[in-house]
Write a protein that binds this ligand. Structure first.
Ligand code: ADP
Ligand code: MG
Length: 336
C-alpha cells in the first residue's frame, strides 16, 4: 500500500472509533459508546445473526482499495441476511489493524466511507465493535429480523422443485484469476468483471421477496456446486443442473466455448469459483410465474438451472446432457 507522509498521524484506538465509526444509531436503544449495545426487536420476529471475517492476503489483497474493502466486509454479511430472507438491521465491526493502517487517515476514511455508504443504502446501523492491533483482519457481525418461523433455510428443498440462481455466476472468480495472472482479459472485460469481486451487490430485496415463495435458499459464497450441495444435504435430496443454463457473462461464455486452455478455468469459475454472493434457491414448479414476476419487481435476473430429484448428490450435465466430471467442488479454508 502507498501512504504519503502527510497522511500519517498518531491515532489512538479511541481516535479511530470516534473519528471514523461513531454514528448515532436511531434503530438501536443504545449504540456505540457503552460496554454493550442494546437493541429491541419487533414482536413476532426471529433475530437472524451471522458473522464473517475477512483476513488480508487470504480473502483480499492487502493493497485493495480501502473503500471497496469497507463495502465488501458488509456486503458478504448482508448476503447472509438475504439468504435467510431477513431484513438486516444492526451490525458490529471488529477491526484488527496493523499500526501502519491505524495511523493512515486516508485509509480509514476511505474504508469507513465504503462501509457506511452500503450500510446507509440498507438502513443498517453500526451499533458497536472492537478495535485492536495486529495483522489486518476485519469481522462483521450482522443482525436482522425475519417474520417468526418464515426464514428461508437450506433444509426446505422438496422433490420436483426448480433450482434458480440470481445474477451471473463465476464473475468474481474470473476477476480473481485475472488479477492472479492466470487468465487474460481485454481491459474492457476486466473492467466489467472486477466489480463482482471488489464490490458485490447483496441480494437483500430478492431474499425478502422469496419468503413464502422459495422452499430453500443459500447464498453462493464458496462456489455454486459446494453451496447447492449444502441445500441437498440439508434437505436430504439430490439435484440435476445443466451447465448451459447457469447464467454467466459473455466473457466467461467465450472461454467456455473456446475449448482451449481456459476451458477448465472457466468451468472452475462457474461451478466452484465462489465469492458470487448470488442467491441459489428452490421453488415448486407451479410458482414459475411468481418467480418471473418477482425478478421484475426486484430488478434482478433470475435463471432456472435445474431440478431437485430423488437420491443423493448433484449431477451437472454438460451441453450434450452427459454428466460432467470435475474435481474441485468449492472453496475450503482448510483444504485450499
Ligand atoms: P470495551 O473495552 O468495553 O470492550 P471498547 O473500548 O472496546 O469497549 O469500545 C468502546 C465502544 O466503542 C464500545 O461501545 C464498542 O462497541 C465501540 N467500538 C469499538 N470499536 C469499534 C468499531 N470498530 N466500530 C464500531 N464501534 C466500535
Ligand atoms: Mg473492546
Amino acid at each position: 500500500m502507498t501512504i504519503s507522509a502527510d497522511e500519517i498521524v498518531m491515532n489512538s484506538e479511541f481516535d479511530i472509533i470516534n473519528r471514523y465509526f461513531l454514528r448515532s444509531a436511531h434503530n438501536a436503544s443504545l449504540g456505540i459508546g457503552d460496554d454493550a449495545a442494546l437493541i429491541s426487536c419487533q414482536p413476532d420476529t426471529d433475530l437472524a445473526i451471522s458473522v464473517d471475517t475477512l483476513v488480508a492476503s487470504h480473502h483480499f489483497f492487502p493493497d485493495v482499495e480501502p473503500r471497496s474493502l469497507g463495502h465488501k466486509v458488509l456486503a458478504v454479511n448482508l448476503s447472509d441476511m438475504a439468504a435467510m430472507g431477513a431484513t438486516p438491521r444492526w451490525v458490529t465491526l471488529s477491526l484488527t489493524l496493523p499500526k501502519i493502517i491505524a495511523h493512515d487517515n486516508a485509509w480509514l476514511a476511505a474504508f469507513s466511507s465504503g462501509f457506511f455508504a452500503l450500510a446507509d443504502q440498507h438502513q443498517v446501523e453500526l451499533v458497536g465493535g472492537d478495535t485492536t492491533q495486529g495483522p489486518l483482519s476485519i469481522s462483521v457481525q450482522i443482525m436482522g429480523e425475519v417474520e417468526r418461523e418464515k426464514a428461508l433455510r437450506r433444509s426446505g428443498a422438496k422433490l420436483g422443485d426448480d433450482i434458480w440462481v440470481s445474477g451471473f455466476v463465476g464473475e468474481a472468480a474470473l476477476a480473481l484469476r485475472y488479477l492472479q495472472q492466470k487468465t487474460m482479459l481485454t481491459a474492457e472485460a476486466a473492467a466489467s468483471c472486477l466489480p463482482a469481486l471488489h464490490t458485490p451487490i447483496p441480494r437483500v430485496s430478492l431474499g425478502r421477496a422469496l419468503i413464502n415463495v422459495a422452499h430453500s435458499a443459500i447464498d453462493v459464497s464458496d462456489g455454486l456446486v459446494a453451496d447447492l450441495e449444502h441445500i441437498l444435504q440439508g434437505s436430504q435430496v439430490a439435484a440435476t443442473i445443466e451447465l448451459d443454463h447457469i447464467p454467466c457473462s459473455s466473457r466467461l461464455k467465450d472461454k467456455l466455448s473456446e475449448g482451449g486452455a481456459d476451458y477448465q478455468l472457466a468451468i472452475d469459475c462457474l461451478l466452484a469459483g465462489g465469492d458470487d454472493y448470488e442467491l441459489c434457491f428452490t421453488v415448486p414448479e407451479n410458482k414459475r410465474i411468481v418467480v418471473t414476476q418477482l425478478a421484475q419487481q426486484v430488478g434482478v435476473r433470475l435463471s432456472r438451472i435445474g431440478k431437485i430429484v430423488p437420491g443423493e448428490g448433484l449431477t451437472v450435465l454438460n451441453n450434450n446432457r452427459d454428466p460432467l466430471i470435475f474435481n474441485k467442488k468449492g472453496y475450503d479454508h482448510f483444504l485450499d
